[in-house]
Design a binder for this molecule. Sequence first.
Ligand code: TMP
Length: 221
Amino acid sequence: MRQSADQIPAPLAEALRGRFLVFDGPDGSGKSTQLKRFMQACKRSGIDAIEVREPGGTEVGERIRAALLDHLERDEMSLRCEMLLYMASRAQLCEQVIAPALKQGRLVVADRFISSTLVYQGHAGGIPTEEIDAVGRIATQGVNPDATLIFDIDQQTAASRLNPLLDRMESKGADFHARVRAGYKALIERGGEYAAVDARGEPDEVFGNIVSVLESRFVDR
Ligand code: TMP
């Protein structure tokens, strides 16, 4: 299989030293599978890289993750509480893991970051973007992604890839997911750090798209 031979081209490998990349996209977009594959390719290509997951990635963060994804019996968690818990987990992760790794020249690849909060609690939930950006600045203390890859996929394909054992976030219904998709579209339109990756094809094709997007960002041609 091609996957066992995935390589990151040498000029890109060099350009990725000390960078911070985020893989993000709707539930079922395939980003986590591709992230694993990308990390294996980094290893094979001699790139010193670490992977972090959001929410979580530290002992404190994993506890916050459990609180966020649990089904509560009596109360609904308020939207602002939810947003602040995601940010609290992120603050711990930035200070304890991401900032030190970047300082050592390692590549850091995150499964979700502020982009997810902007989409899920912001665009889909209703908290104004400026408020999330303001809390984000407090949480990250200037640890900003060099690129946030948004896995772009149609709703039907995403739904067909979802695990039937849905957690609290994933069981929110079609309307919510439509707003999530619109939120990711809005981020792609913002440009800057946000870049779309066409995630509709077969895994080999999607992996190729990731490499192309990164080359167009970080390697002079
Ligand atoms: P995961 O399935 O990628 O581990 O993500 C868990 C869920 O958490 C997913 O449905 C998206 C949601 N989420 C937010 O709502 N806001 C956030 O800031 C983050 C990081 C995740």
